[in-house]
Design a protein around this ligand. Structure first.
Ligand code: GLY
Ligand code: MN
Ligand code: MN
Length: 361
């Protein structure tokens, strides 16, 4: 089985990782991992990678598209069900240690795989492809940068139109429209536009509330450009900020800036989270910063790694992560400031450039 791998290194990267982990085959079911490894994401299909070749199995609906798009693997079009193909096709027999994606394979699929391959030892693993994909190639960085550029253009237009009386949900519709207008395929997540008390809800859903004078308004928005996401948050004030609003804003901004200054390859994401968290905790608002500092961004808006006090992950060059500390005071409001950064040796590059001084509208 000849794979078109000459200019496609992603399957080879997984094969190198398989050698390191001493696994004989890797069974891929997660859609975003299929997309990353083989450049194609059908609604149904799987991939198997062996040390020297790979197959991508999907159905008739994707025959032409798969043959055109799939890289690094031979395409097999199954005529019955995926399970039939697994059972009958001798090219799909598995032996030895077979890695499976423990957090994405269904129990049903797992049981079938086990019964068709009684000589294989299925080895549940997590985040193997995700960790490889987290370190971006230059072309991927360029696509993320373009997604950021589009979102920042939209954000600056939204600031230009912000005024009391506008409804959160209408602003979200504007964001969606403008992302597409400027070249994105869509939003990378449902826009979070939260005003007044709603800004105390980190993942607020834009609703019927109308913006009022004195509100904090948080925009957390992102788009997808050629398959890659952006994810940016800025918080504004309608009118002149009160001393408390300015105090909370400056606190979150300091946490954001200090974390950005500290971020570099080799650092544990846990420690980076701590840099921001310590500032907020020292000011007495630690319990009001209830989420992690950030997460990877790539083909999905929430990608590997998590940058959080709940996990340890070593940051590596060319990972793109968010830095998004926040303080949320129920019944009063909240502030989040989110940038996307590229991890480098000895530091980082801030990919977002939208101003961060408090904008009073
Ligand atoms: N946009 C969701 C987040 O910042 O994680
Ligand atoms: Mn966000
Ligand atoms: Mn985020």
């Amino acid at each position: 089985m000849r794979a078109r791998t000459r200019d496609w290194k992603r399957v080879a990267k997984l094969q190198a990782e398989m050698r390191r982990r001493k696994v004989d085959a890797f069974f891929v079911v997660r859609a975003s991992n299929l997309h990353y490894l083989f450049n194609f994401m059908p609604s149904s299909g799987f991939g198997i990678v062996w040390p020297d070749h790979a197959v991508f199995v999907t159905d008739f609906r994707y025959e032409t598209a798969a043959h055109n798009a799939v890289r690094g693997a031979k395409v097999i079009i199954h005529r019955g069900t995926l399970m039939d193909e697994l059972k009958k096709n001798r090219h799909l027999r598995l032996e030895g240690k077979v890695a499976i994606e423990a957090d994405h394979m269904t129990v049903d699929f797992f049981e079938a795989l086990k019964s068709f391959n009684q000589h294989a030892q299925l080895q549940p693993l997590i985040n193997v492809v995700e960790e490889i994909a987290a370190c971006k190639e230059l072309e991927e960085l360029a696509k993320i940068q373009q997604a950021i550029k589009i979102t920042e253009r939209v954000l600056s237009e939204m600031v230009g139109m912000l005024r009391p009386g506008l409804m959160e949900a209408d602003l979200a519709t504007e964001v969606r429209y403008r992302h597409r207008k400027y070249g994105a395929t869509g939003d990378s997540f449902d826009a979070i536009i939260a005003s007044g008390k709603n800004s105390a809800l980190p993942h607020a859903e834009p609703g019927k509330r109308k913006i009022q004078k004195g509100d904090f308004v948080t925009f957390d928005i992102g788009c997808v450009y050629e398959g890659y996401a952006s994810d940016i948050t800025r918080t504004f004030v309608i009118g002149k900020a009160t001393p408390k609003q300015r105090k909370i804003y400056d606190l979150v901004l300091r946490a954001n800036q200090k974390a950005i200054r500290a971020a570099k390859a080799g650092m544990d994401g846990y420690d980076l989270d701590k840099v921001a968290r310590d500032i907020i905790t020292k000011a007495g608002y630690g319990r009001k910063f209830g989420h992690g500092l950030g997460h990877g961004v790539g083909m999905e808006v929430h990608a590997f790694p998590r940058v959080s006090r709940l996990v340890h992950t070593k940051l590596k060059p060319n990972m793109v992560i968010t830095i998004e500390p926040g303080v949320y005071i129920p019944g009063w409001g909240g502030v989040r400031i989110e940038d996307d950064i590229r991890i480098k040796r000895g530091g980082c590059e801030v990919m977002t450039s939208f101003p961060k001084e408090l904008i009073e509208i």
